[in-house]
Design a protein around this ligand. Sequence first.
Ligand SMILES: [Zn+2]
Length: 595
Amino acid sequence: MKRTLATLFVVIFLSMTGKSQVKIDFEISFIEPQAHYAEVEMNISGLLKDYVDIKMPVWAPGSYLVREFAKSVEGFSATAAGKNLRFEKVSKNAWRIYSSKAKNLKINYRVYAFETSVRTAFITDSHAFLSSTGIFMYPEGLLKSPSTVTIKPFKTWSKVSTGLEPVVGKPFTYTAANFDILFDSPIEVGNQDIFEFTASGVKHEVAMFGGGNYDKERLKVDMAKVVEQATAIYGENPNKHYTFIVHNFTAGGGGLEHLNSTVLGASKNGYSTEKGYKGFLELVAHEYHHLWNVKRLRPIALGPFDYDNENYTTNLWVAEGFTSYFENKFMLRAGFKTLLETAQALVTNIATVSNTPGSKIQSAAEASYDAWIKNYRPNENSGNTSISYYSKGEVIGTLMDLEIANATKGAKSLDNVMHDMYAAYYKKLGRGYTDAEFKAMVEKISGIDFTEFWKKYINGTDAIEYEKYFGYAGIKVLDDNAGKNAPYLGIASKKVEGKMMVSSVSRNSAAWDGGLNFNDELVSVDGLPIDSALERMPVIATHKVGDQITVTIKRDGVSQDVKLILKANPNLKLVATLDESATDAQLRVRKAVFN
Ligand SMILES: [Zn+2]
């Protein structure tokens, strides 16, 4: 279609008026950080409207839960030329200001921030972590507007770390080209320990809050290796600079990805153990890979975002699951894990998924779509009714990679799918992909039909054919539980104030059939007191499948006996070994997947 003169005029006219002339400046200061408050001032000029709705997002992209950030806002006010403006709440997260075509609007509010997670703001007298969707508001209809942010650190603080672009000559002042970028750029303010390294031609800043037993020099070398392995898949690193904000707590964990930064939760004393250190590098690998997978190469529903509502996608098994899968490949390629350790980690994950009863109820696509109400809102029955799109997605990545390598005799792998999807959808088309487009790319790279694969593993809940897929690569997988017929109860329990309480009951187990409940207090089994995990008490192993045991419980304070007929342990315990007599064809597949 050709563009007519009339439409051209409209385009020019629109670009000369209204939206492009609106200027938005934020200033964040801290009067009472010890009470966990940030003071926000927002100046908007050039709006010239009768009224404007100022809104706060209800969720943080990457964390699929409506968190209602507006609940922490207080003291909202608006003025123009020094005069108070009338305003009213028009929804849970929107304030309508009757601005009477005022040229300059000043909005003030305070935010209470005291939730220690990677996706929520928290402020104390020692630092402020500003998770942007819970701090900044936007004028309705103006998400594409640029803004500036000036941080006024509390008097005892001296540093700001963020992925936002600094304004030269203005300390602690940054620009965001639009609100998607602002909302995707968390800010750490305080006295964090900062170190830098360059990898793949990009300057990386690491901002450590909370102290810890980390070795900076070792981290610089090893984090650079992770960066280089991730960049190698996509052939380019699209950022000018990248910021790691690391929160070190006694028992920390988790991470949240952003366009050119990430927030990581770490255990401050965990860096000195091999397990803790590699666990941190795996977290780095996961969140760093997201700068491509989900932030740029993304399901079509995940951007531009609707900040008012849930954003539904069936593809989190790619966005999260494949990111988890590639952690394994990056750790192997960077030399932090061996081939056998990698294969074992992948089959252990397959066992975890298979042993979760919900894996037979909910597909990977359904788990993704319902993330908002299931994965992010778990309860005691979650394991029976749902499956994590992280772990099932990692299984899908494992099988798909092996299938592609086998179909192409080792010439291609899942790496090629990720590379070509990024080139086709992010770089060329500038949009997200649909599920059908992802499948089409897998079929193009592999040269084979994946309809059955999609039916079984993505939209279905079929048993995982691990022997077949690992066999392609000459890796044997055995079930160490096979044939053992070990008696099994099917409960998890935990000690609460000295009492052993049932924390979950597994579907179709002895405990499920016999009617043990979540939160029953486990008192005794066949007269023996229960003071540890009932499932692992020696008395259980003295029985055989089909025996009846009597468990005395207290339910709401009332004692009663529950009779349970023991069933066989249905769980897999998978063990991987490398086949020493693997054929050349198998070794080619092995090399393509585990190089
Ligand atoms: Zn992730």
